[in-house]
Design a protein around this ligand. Structure first.
Ligand SMILES: CC(C)(COP(=O)(O)OP(=O)(O)OC[C@H]1O[C@@H](n2cnc3c(N)ncnc32)[C@H](O)[C@@H]1OP(=O)(O)O)[C@@H](O)C(=O)NCCC(=O)NCCS
Length: 198
């Protein structure tokens, strides 16, 4: 999915992985809201609307952060997606990026999470990020196991990280360092924007 490579990669028989398109947004809205409603993975008090997802998508596109989806080949509808975003809105943090991933509940434990993380790490390497970060609530065993299987390194726990529906939730931070990215010099660091049309 780099500038020089195709975005459509054969996956398994029924699925394809590609950059998120505008037409995907209603399906992404459903996946996102499903995770909100389980009250354990996305710590929001209310579901979001399509306008929220459209703004997220425009922000990804305008700032150059990648968003990819796994789509059902027969319908071209997303059943899972993942994306990169800034960790902090300051130039010194440009080479760190946060990874988020959501699989529709009916499609979990089929290896799709592993496929998306693997692809997004390749993209993050092509985009010349140095550091990929995930924040996970301590109760999210599936996510912890998924990222540990990619050698994400546990770097810390924040107690009382969030308060959600009557419970304090502790948060874990994991990071993946990209050895290929080398930077030197005094200039402000920048990453390569994701190629949406490739
Ligand atoms: C976490 C999540 C992305 C995993 O996606 P998935 O497609 O089900 O994961 P995979 O099938 O690729 O599994 C990869 C590995 O993750 C771990 N894993 C996944 N689901 C698991 C579960 N329910 N319990 C324990 N380990 C689990 C396993 O180590 C698994 O490898 P294995 O099948 O060889 O044992 C998915 O459960 C999800 O979307 N959850 C809700 C959103 C979320 O939590 N996002 C991450 C926020 S940080």
């Amino acid at each position: 999915m780099s500038n020089s490579k195709k975005t459509t990669i054969p996956l398994v028989d029924n699925y394809t992985i590609r950059a998120v398109k505008e037409q995907d947004l209603p399906f992404i809205l459903d996946i996102f809201n499903e995770c909100i409603l389980d009250h354990s993975t996305l710590l929001y008090y209310e579901t979001v609307n399509l306008d929220y997802i459209q703004k997220w998508y425009q922000a990804c596109r305008s700032s150059g952060y990648a968003a990819i989806a796994i789509v059902d080949k027969t319908t071209d509808h997303p059943i899972a997606y993942a994306y990169l975003s800034p960790t902090h809105p300051f130039p010194a943090f440009s080479l760190s990026t946060m990874l988020a991933i959501y699989i529709s509940s009916g499609h979990r434990r089929r290896g799709l999470g592993r496929v998306l993380v693997s692809e997004l790490l390749k993209i993050a390497t092509q985009q010349k990020f140095k550091n990929v970060v995930v924040y996970i609530s301590t109760a999210n065993t599936a996510s912890i196991k998924l990222f540990e299987s990619f050698q994400f390194k546990y770097v810390g726990k924040m107690d009382y990280w969030a308060y959600n529906f009557g419970n304090f939730i502790d948060g874990l931070t994991y990071q993946y360092i990209i050895p290929e990215t080398q930077v030197s010099g005094q200039e402000r660091p920048t990453f390569e924007p994701f190629s949406w049309e490739s």
